[in-house]
Design a binder for this molecule. Structure first.
Ligand SMILES: *Cc1c(COP(=O)(O)O)cnc(C)c1O
Length: 469
C-alpha cells in the first residue's frame, strides 16, 4: 500500500513513512494511492474488524501480529466491552457511542492507536520524538493519554492558563508519567499556538529536539476511524445493507473516514455533515463554494472551526485526483479566502453528501427532548448529529434506511450545555469520579518564546541523554 500527496508534488510514501511525516513536504495530505476493497462482512466484533480494515492500509509496512497486538492494547483501555456500543434511539435511528476511551471523546479511538504506532515505528528505527502541541482543552488530553509512558516519545502540551475548564485541565494535568509535561501559558489559546508554530519554524531547534506532532491531518488517524463505520454496517446486517451516517463535524476527519469506508465498499448512500453555527461546510455541500469568516464560539467548542483541513482529501477526489488542480485551488483559497469547485464538480457529489447546521438553542432543546424521549443524555456535539438525522428523516429523505448518529463525547465532558437543558451536571463515569482529588502536575510559564523553548528542551530526553530505566 502506497500513499500519495493531495498536492501531487511530494514523494510517495509507505504507511510507516506517512505516519511519521504527517503533513507532506508540498503542504498536501497523504491519501492511499488507490482504495482497497473490503472482503466479506464480519460479525461486528471491534478488534476483528479493526484488524481486517487496518491490515489493508498498513500492508507491506507493519507485521500482522504486531498490528493485532497494537489494536488489542489500544482498545483494552475502553470501558465498554464492545468498544463502540450501538443503541437504537427509535425506529431506525441509532446512536453509536464513540466516547468510551480514557478522555471521554472520540479522538481516543484514533489516538490510542496512533500513539502506539508511533512508539513502535520509532523503536524499530531507534529514533525518538518530542511531541509538542497547543490545546484549548480537548485534543491535548487525548494526545497525552495516547503518548504517556511511551519510551520513544516525550510530550509537551501548552494550554492557556486559567482558560480551560476544570475537567479539561485536570484530564491533562493529573496524568503522572515520566514523559508527560503540561505547560500553562499566561496567555490565550492563540498565544499557545503561536509559540508552537515558532518552535516548529526554528529549523535548527526543531531538528535538534526532533519535534513532532500528532495532529488531525495524519492519515493514521483517519484510518483508525474507518473501523467503526464498518462495525456499524456489520452490526446492522452487512456491507450491502444501506446505512446513512450523521456526523458532528469540525476538521472533517471523522466524516472523511466515513467516505473512505464508502470507497472501500460500504453501502453509504449519504453522509450527513452536521455543523454548529460555524457552517462553512454546510455552505460547501449546498453550493460547492465556501467563504471563510470569523470563528463563532458555541456550546460545541470542538467544532468551532472555519478551515476544515481534511476537506482537502475530498477535494482531491472531486478534482479527479489531480494534485496540480488541488494546489492551485488552495493557493487561491489562501489569497482570497474562498473556494468554488464549480457546478460540474458540485453535481458529481451533491447527492452523496448533505450539510446541516444548528444553533445553540436547538442543541439545548435537543438535549432535553431526547432525554425525555429515551432517557439518553447527549453531549452538545452528539446532539448536533442527532438533530441532523431527525431533520433528514422529517423531510422524508431516504425512508427506511437506518441512520447511525455518531456520539462524539460523553455528556460529562461538556456539562454546561447539559446543565442548561436539564438543570443538572451529568456525573463523570466511575473511573474518573475522583478526578478532582488527584494531584496536578504542571508548569506555569509567561508567554515568552525563549523561556518556553528552554523548558521544552529540558523536558525532552533526546537532548540531555536522560534515560528512563
Ligand atoms: C474533534 C471533535 C469533533 C469534530 O471531529 P472532526 O474529525 O474534527 O470533524 C466533534 N466532536 C467532538 C467531541 C470532538 O472532540
Amino acid at each position: 500500500m502506497r500513499y500519495v500527496s493531495t498536492r501531487g508534488l511530494a514523494p510517495e510514501k509507505t504507511f510507516s513513512e506517512a505516519l511519521l511525516t504527517g503533513l507532506a513536504d508540498d503542504g498536501g495530505l497523504y491519501v492511499p494511492y488507490e482504495w482497497p476493497s473490503l472482503q466479506s462482512s464480519g460479525s461486528g466484533d471491534y478488534l476483528e474488524t479493526a484488524f481486517e480494515v487496518m491490515s489493508l492500509f498498513t500492508e507491506g509496512s507493519l507485521d500482522e501480529q504486531i498490528l493485532k497486538q497494537i489494536i488489542h492494547d489500544a482498545y483494552s483501555s475502553f470501558d465498554a466491552q464492545e468498544v463502540v456500543p450501538l443503541i437504537e434511539l427509535d425506529d431506525q435511528i441509532f446512536l453509536m457511542e464513540l466516547f468510551h476511551g480514557p478522555t471521554l471523546a472520540f479522538k481516543d479511538i484514533a489516538l490510542q492507536l496512533v500513539g502506539r504506532l508511533f512508539d513502535h515505528e520509532l523503536s524499530t528505527r531507534g529514533e525518538h520524538l518530542t511531541i509538542v502541541g497547543a490545546t484549548s482543552g480537548d485534543t491535548g488530553s487525548a494526545a497525552i493519554e495516547a503518548c504517556k509512558d511511551r519510551q520513544n516519545l516525550d510530550i509537551v502540551i501548552l494550554h492557556p492558563a486559567d482558560r480551560v475548564s476544570d475537567v479539561q485541565r485536570k484530564q491533562m494535568t493529573t496524568v503522572d508519567s515520566f514523559n508527560v509535561h503540561n505547560v500553562a501559558i499566561e496567555g490565550t489559546f492563540d498565544d499557545c499556538q503561536d509559540l508552537v508554530k515558532a518552535m516548529f519554524n526554528d529549523l535548527e531547534y526543531r531538528n535538534s529536539l526532533k519535534l513532532g506532532a500528532v495532529n488531525s491531518i495524519n492519515w493514521a488517524r483517519v484510518m483508525a476511524q474507518i473501523v467503526y463505520y464498518v462495525v456499524a454496517s456489520e452490526k446492522l446486517g452487512s456491507y450491502e445493507q444501506p446505512v446513512i451516517f450523521s456526523v458532528p463535524t469540525g476538521n472533517f476527519g471523522n466524516v472523511f473516514a466515513g467516505h473512505a469506508a464508502r470507497n472501500c465498499g460500504l453501502n453509504i448512500p449519504r453522509l450527513l455533515v452536521a455543523s454548529n453555527k460555524n457552517d462553512i461546510l454546510t455552505q460547501f455541500f449546498n453550493t460547492g463554494g465556501m467563504e471563510i469568516s470569523e470563528v463563532i464560539p458555541t456550546l460545541s467548542p470542538s467544532m468551532d472551526i472555519q478551515i476544515s483541513s481534511n476537506l482537502e482529501r475530498l477535494i482531491f477526489e472531486l478534482l479527479g485526483r489531480k494534485g496540480e488542480e488541488v494546489n492551485s485551488l488552495f493557493e487561491k483559497f489562501r489569497s482570497n479566502g474562498n473556494i468554488d469547485v464549480g457546478p460540474d464538480v458540485e453535481a458529481k457529489f451533491s447527492n452523496a453528501w448533505k450539510g446541516y447546521s444548528f444553533d445553540d438553542e436547538e442543541v439545548v432543546n435537543c438535549i432535553s427532548t431526547e432525554s425525555e424521549k429515551s432517557g439518553i443524555v447527549l453531549d452538545p456535539h452528539s446532539s448536533i448529529g442527532v438533530l441532523a438525522a431527525r431533520s433528514h428523516r422529517d423531510k422524508k429523505n431516504d425512508p427506511e434506511v437506518p441512520i447511525v448518529c455518531l456520539a462524539t463525547a460523553h455528556p460529562a465532558k461538556f456539562p454546561q450545555a447539559v446543565e442548561r437543558a436539564l438543570g443538572y451536571c451529568p456525573p463523570l463515569p466511575d473511573r474518573l469520579a475522583d478526578l478532582h482529588e488527584r494531584p496536578e502536575f504542571l508548569t506555569r510559564l509567561p508567554n515568552n518564546l525563549e523561556i518556553v523553548k528552554d523548558h521544552v528542551k529540558s523536558c525532552s530526553r533526546i537532548d540531555s541523554g536522560k534515560q528512563v530505566t
